[in-house]
Design a protein around this ligand. Structure first.
Ligand code: ATP
Ligand code: MG
Length: 229
């Protein structure tokens, strides 16, 4: 492989102190994701999937171990990592609910430092790709869960980052959106971008290039390649 891995997890762990006791949310996870790979993070409720993604997204500090995004340590080079990634970590409350979907996308695009002329091109392109054009003029609070989920992935894709970090992007989308969403992710992988997504949907995991299984749960993978194989 040439160049740095898109993502490297080295014995990544996180524990919290809950009522005076240390509880491990994530235990020594190691994995390596190449540019162009689609990766599923699976495991039962509480296995640490969201925790792992939040660490990669620089929102939570690991207790030990490291996560490296394209050569940058997520704990020590937060701003550099943030410029390299696009994130969708749960849709609730992460948008300005009184603003329209369109205004939210342009606001977050500006926050990412994307220039106006590119924003004007990217939003319609992403909206068409994820079939959310009709939602754009609507106040975000009026959108259904599935529509919000698609809007959240569209937001993550703004600026076409080299690594997408998506927490259960397929959780509330319908069949039609599921295929659109999958195709959108695959298209990005084919252009050398990488996608790390948490999912409980084993048929989605089976379509990924790599499966990282957390929590020692028996996920019963129908296919796919497991980390470390
Ligand atoms: N801020 C926190 N304080 C204390 N414990 C936490 C905190 N965040 C997560 N945990 C604990 O860490 C463990 C892993 O949680 P996490 O949300 O990462 O699991 P998950 O695999 O995403 O689960 P799910 O499938 O339900 O989304 C759980 O036991 C959870 O209670
Ligand atoms: Mg979770």
């Amino acid at each position: 492989m040439s160049g740095p891995a898109a993502l490297r997890l080295e014995r990544l762990s996180k524990s919290y102190v809950v009522r005076g006791r240390e509880a491990q949310a994530l235990a020594e996870v190691s994995a390596s994701v190449a540019p162009g790979q689609l990766v599923a993070v699976v495991g039962p409720n509480g296995a640490g999937k969201t925790t792992a993604l939040r660490i990669i997204a620089t929102l939570v500090r690991p207790s030990s171990g490291r996560a490296i995004v394209l050569g940058r340590d997520v704990a020590r080079e937060q701003s550099a990592v943030r410029r390299l990634i696009g994130v969708s970590l749960g849709t609730g409350r992460s948008f300005y609910m009184r603003l329209t979907a369109q205004h939210n996308l342009s606001f977050f695009a500006r926050l990412k430092g994307i220039c106006s002329s590119r924003i004007a091109l990217e939003i319609p392109r992403l909206a068409a790709e994820l079939d959310i054009e009709r939602f754009l003029p609507r106040p975000t609070r009026s959108l259904s869960r599935g529509a919000l989920a698609r809007l959240s992935v569209a937001r993550a894709c703004l600026g076409e980052p080299r690594l997408l970090v998506l927490d259960e992007p397929f959780a509330s989308v319908d069949e039609h959106a599921r295929e659109l969403l999958w195709n959108a992710l695959e298209r990005r992988a084919r252009s050398g971008r990488s996608v790390v997504l948490a999912t409980h949907d084993l048929s989605i995991a089976a379509r990924c290039d790599l499966v990282v299984e957390l929590g020692g749960g028996r996920a019963g993978m129908p296919g796919g390649k497991r980390a470390g194989e």
